[in-house]
Ligand binder design. Structure first.
Ligand code: SF4
Length: 76
């Protein structure tokens, strides 16, 4: 799954939400999150993010954020 990270905090863009074919973005506390159970790993959102906040969960930059994405996505 892909993971939304720190750069998304207080970002106002929604480009990623608009391109996601399975609508798996959700509102976290002050950033968007991706539901890892719904993400189909298409990668379309990654280059669309103006804040460069989205990484595949295999990327070290995503490591600290994967749990938060899962947690906030589950709150919905
Ligand atoms: Fe949605 Fe594809 Fe991004 Fe996953 S990788 S969040 S399915 S756009």
């Amino acid at each position: 799954a892909y993971v939304v990270t720190e750069n998304c905090i207080k970002c106002k863009y929604q480009d990623c939400v608009e391109v996601c074919p399975v609508d798996c973005f959700y509102e976290g506390e002050n950033f968007l999150v991706i539901n890892p159970d719904e993400c189909i790993d298409c990668g379309v959102c990654e280059p669309e993010c103006p804040a460069e906040a989205i990484f595949p969960d295999s990327d070290p930059k995503a490591a600290d954020w994967a749990d938060a994405n899962r947690k906030y996505a589950a709150d919905w």
